[in-house]
Write a protein that binds this ligand. Structure first.
Ligand code: 48F
Length: 256
């Protein structure tokens, strides 16, 4: 006979164990889009303690919607190589252009990352960062719904050696740091430059170039990197996002 209270106990106790085990991390990733998932996969694969916090119900960020909700994702040659490494099959459209079903890509990236050891907390939002010794040393977290409703609920906190801002266009973590601490990020203007209009070729290259540590302890990846450093938007092509996640992980691995 199924006991409802036993079911509830299983959920509560298992979740609390998972959360408690992730209060001190090597890397905390904010945002479950393609760049965050790829970064998480490489870092976890290398044996580090990594968790990803996503404010929404679903993991995958902009992947699910392909382009204008046509749920097919396009990658170019460089992105295809990474998909091959992840054993995610892509179809050739024409020379140098490949497509992957968006639902398949979002769920496969999630599965690869979790199989590698990444822990994912969906429905949890970053609302602030921890600053220790002039570096980002963790995250201030709350339920995604609390953030959306703007309720006055005090948060919980985790510590982390590094944080990756993978929050896409808004560059939420970097934005908080600039707004609340007035810090100078590693850019020409010192603040957040803001993304430029569309140029797929340049935007794809820049999202990888701009993936770096912009403040001690804080890396930016994916579209957040272009928002912070002023790169072009690239629109519905995803190779740069995957490569950016790979670069963020590679750079952090050198420092861990
Ligand atoms: O936007 P998103 O998919 O990030 P990305 O890795 O990829 C960008 C592409 O999807 C697309 C593109 C392709 O060429 O340009 O836009 O840069 O995913 C960002 C995720 O971060 C979550 C948000 O819900 C989304 O799933 N997010 C944003 N702010 C927070 C957050 C926050 N404060 N706390 C937790 N998650």
């Amino acid at each position: 006979m199924l006991n409802e209270v036993q079911i509830s106990k299983a959920i509560i106790e298992t979740y609390c164990r998972k959360l408690t085990a992730n209060l001190e991390l090597d890397v905390a990733i904010v945002g479950g889009g393609p760049s965050g998932l790829v970064a998480g996969c490489y870092l976890a694969r290398a044996g580090h303690k990594v968790a990803l916090f996503e404010k929404k119900l679903s993991i995958g960020g902009g992947v699910w919607a392909g382009g204008m909700m046509f749920n097919e994702v396009v990658v170019q040659e460089a992105g295809k190589a990474l998909l091959d490494e992840f054993h995610i099959p892509a179809r050739t459209f024409t020379d140098g252009y490949y497509t992957v079903d968006a639902v398949y890509l979002a769920s496969s990236l999630t599965q690869r990352a979790m199989d590698a050891g990444l822990t994912i907390f969906n429905l949890v939002a970053m609302e602030d960062v921890v600053i220790k010794d002039d570096r980002v040393g963790g995250l201030v977290l709350n339920w995604g719904a609390v953030a959306t409703l703007d309720w006055p609920v005090d948060p919980l906190v985790i510590h982390s050696k590094f944080v990756i801002d993978s929050t896409g266009h808004p560059a939420n973590v970097a934005e908080v740091l600039v707004r609340k601490m007035g810090v100078k990020l590693d850019t020409q203007t010192g603040g957040i430059v803001g993304e430029k209009s569309m140029n797929a070729e340049k935007g794809e290259m820049q999202t990888v170039e701009n993936t770096r540590e912009v403040y001690p302890g804080l890396f930016v990846s994916g579209m957040a990197a272009n928002t912070v450093c002023g790169g072009y938007r690239m629109g519905p092509v995803f190779g740069g996002m995957l490569l950016s996640g790979q670069k963020a992980a590679t750079e952090i691995l050198k420092k861990l």
